[in-house]
Design a protein around this ligand. Structure first.
Ligand SMILES: CC(C)(COP(=O)(O)OP(=O)(O)OC[C@H]1O[C@@H](n2cnc3c(N)ncnc32)[C@H](O)[C@@H]1OP(=O)(O)O)[C@@H](O)C(=O)NCCC(=O)NCCS
Length: 224
């Protein structure tokens, strides 16, 4: 029980992780309505990650509030806040910040197991496949293909609140490094950012206790 999402994010971001089911995973009526017909697994991850989100919002001094899926499934955060959520087997996490401190957040967690080969072909650019092969040869203990996938999911979650638009897997190139950081270079025009356009993101990753976690906090004075 050691993955440490807060270590991947700046101190202005409140991040809360949960391993297993939080006991106080209640839902507000509009949230409840969203999962009324869902299977139990989906209900539990939906409620559990919202318990993390409310705990993180409390660290910012915010009262508990509903976090309803909006356009294309993106969570609707309380006014003045930004955030991101992720869940996979045995893990839920949320990260939130005041909008004045951070422009958008993207976090993703995946089980630390290789991707089926056809998935890598679908999600990776040629340069990324070469990078994954090189990293796998140099450091075979980390499933670099799955880490690439996770970084792309984190990029999409950070991109979406800025644009409200889809971003395809081949529209950002990820460069992973062994030290625990990564960059994403946008291959399509980014949203306006301080008189210019956003060209990419930087993020951090960790591989610990069977989990891969990626995190991006896109800060105002940092055009990447
Ligand atoms: C939406 C998506 C990123 C979710 O990732 P995932 O690994 O399947 O699932 P996770 O558990 O990590 O994350 C799910 C959470 O993401 C959040 N989410 C969903 N859609 C989102 C969006 N459009 N923008 C931001 N966050 C979103 C939600 O909080 C969701 O949890 P909830 O439904 O319980 O509220 C993924 O399903 C997807 O559509 N990916 C395709 C787009 C993409 O990755 N492009 C690559 C660009 S390089």
């Amino acid at each position: 029980v050691t993955p440490a999402l807060p270590d991947l994010l700046p101190p202005t971001v409140a991040a809360v992780e949960s391993f297993g089911e939080p006991v106080d995973a209640f839902l507000f009526p509009p949230e409840e309505a969203h999962v009324a017909g869902a299977v139990d697994k989906r209900r539990r991850e939906f409620a559990g990650v919202r318990a993390c989100a409310r705990a993180a919002l409390a660290q910012l001094g915010m009262a508990p509030a509903p976090i309803v899926p909006g356009h294309r499934g993106a969570p609707t955060w309380p006014a003045g806040t930004v955030g991101s959520m992720t869940h996979c087997d045995g893990y839920r996490a949320a990260a939130v910040a005041h909008g004045g401190d951070v422009l958008s957040i993207g976090i993703d967690a995946e089980p630390a197991a290789g991707l089926p080969p056809y998935v890598l072909t679908t999600i990776a650019l040629d340069a990324e496949r070469t990078m994954v092969a090189d990293l796998t040869a140099a450091a075979p203990g980390t499933p670099w293909d799955r880490l690439l996938f996770s970084a792309k999911e984190a990029v999409y979650k950070a991109w979406f609140p800025l644009t409200g638009a889809w971003l395809d897997f081949d529209e950002a190139r990820i460069d992973l490094d062994r030290a625990g950081t990564f960059t994403a270079t946008l291959l399509v025009p980014g949203p306006p950012a301080g008189g210019t356009r956003l060209t990419g993101f930087t993020g951090r990753w960790l591989h610990r206790d069977g989990l891969l976690i990626t995190a991006i906090a896109h800060q105002p004075d940092n055009s990447r």
